[in-house]
Write a protein of this length. Structure first.
Length: 149
């Protein structure tokens, strides 16, 4: 990647609906060069996809939680856990961790009752789950999808 690619990526991080013509104008390049670079960045997997970012409160998802999941053991049970949580739409992010817990889940739900149902019926019954500690986010101070290029 060079400086022109980074300029393109920064513009697309701000507005993925920006047209190739608008991007070319802003970076001082031709439309065809800009289009080819965007295509290459997509083909190379640098641009994974273009999406609409929604305001969670405006779609009725008022609660953001972080769940720390500790497993009883590692090995064959981890793929089962990963497979199950991938199918739970309220879990919007999942990370494996080093340290005292094995997974960090970011969960968005309508209310605490929805999380309680998710906890009892979907998370805690997964084979190998030893402990789940949940933290509710009170205020979203910073949320960005922008990477510092």
């Amino acid at each position: 990647m060079d400086a022109l690619d980074i300029k393109i990526l920064n513009l697309l991080q701000d507005d993925a609906l920006m047209t190739v013509v608008e991007i070319a104008d802003k970076i001082g390049s031709s439309k065809s060069v800009c289009w080819r670079r965007i295509q290459r960045l997509q083909d190379d997997g640098v641009i994974k996809k273009r999406v609409a970012l929604l305001e969670h409160n405006k779609v009725g998802l008022d609660i953001i939680l972080f769940a720390h999941v500790k497993m009883t053991a590692h090995g064959r049970k981890l793929p089962k856990f990963i497979e199950v949580i991938k199918d739970i739409p309220q879990i919007v992010e999942c990370y494996t961790l080093m340290g005292n817990v094995d997974f960090l889940l970011k969960i968005v739900v309508e209310d605490i009752q929805q999380y309680e149902e998710l906890w009892w019926n979907h998370l805690s019954p997964i084979e190998g789950v030893q402990e789940i500690n949940s933290t509710i986010a009170m205020t979203e101070v910073k949320h960005t999808t922008r990477l510092p290029l």
